[in-house]
Design a protein around this ligand. Sequence first.
Ligand SMILES: [Zn+2]
Length: 255
Amino acid sequence: MHMTTKALVLREVNYKESDKILTVLTEREGRMTLSARGCRRKNSPIAAGCQLLCWGEFTLYEYQGRWSVKETAAERLFEGVRADLDKLALASYMAEAAETLSEEGQPEPELLALTLNCIHALDKLDLPLAQVKAAFEWRCMSLAGYEPQLEGCAVCGREEPEEPRIHLGEGLLCCAACREKLGEGVSMPLTPAALAALRHIVWSDRKRILSFRLETEGLRLLGDASEAYLLTRLERGFRTLDFYKSLSSPAGKGN
Ligand SMILES: [Zn+2]
């Protein structure tokens, strides 16, 4: 059986002498595991397409229940990301998160578009990395069914909570003074501007989620909360996130 689909390579693992096992997010079938035979050989026609973070058209064939790559036509290699270790590390983390939040046989067009948009932003737009990271985290969690409830304080109902906080376990907003009544668990502070940015990320059209500006402190709080929210709700860590955070050059990270 043959199939042609657009796909983004989320993970690559070398296998045998010249092969790779790829995890990809496809337009048609959601997440798939592919074997890419011979793609590490010199002059392999599928080498370019079978790299981490490549976006392109894949022609696949199935044999005994396994899918293999027959042909690839790479459309985006995101060279600007590959050339910058911070960006590459962040994009790899977004890819690992997308892998975690997707399933085999379950198309995830919004998650795929979000991941592509954010990698494109790292490649072409001159935004603080912390902004792209926070927007990706909040939005992918919303897509995965963990959308925080941001209409107002969950206790007193105030639309603009005073000294706003977000409760990680519940995904609820509250005022600092109302915090006690929300029960146990960790909550994290936001500035009013960071809350406005959070609402923009979660509520706006997908194409606009990165069009906000935040000063350094607000961006730091928004990003601290987004990362903690994702890790708390998914109850796991990410090797790629640990690596991103271990990098020493904070210049473009915005924190
Ligand atoms: Zn309140």
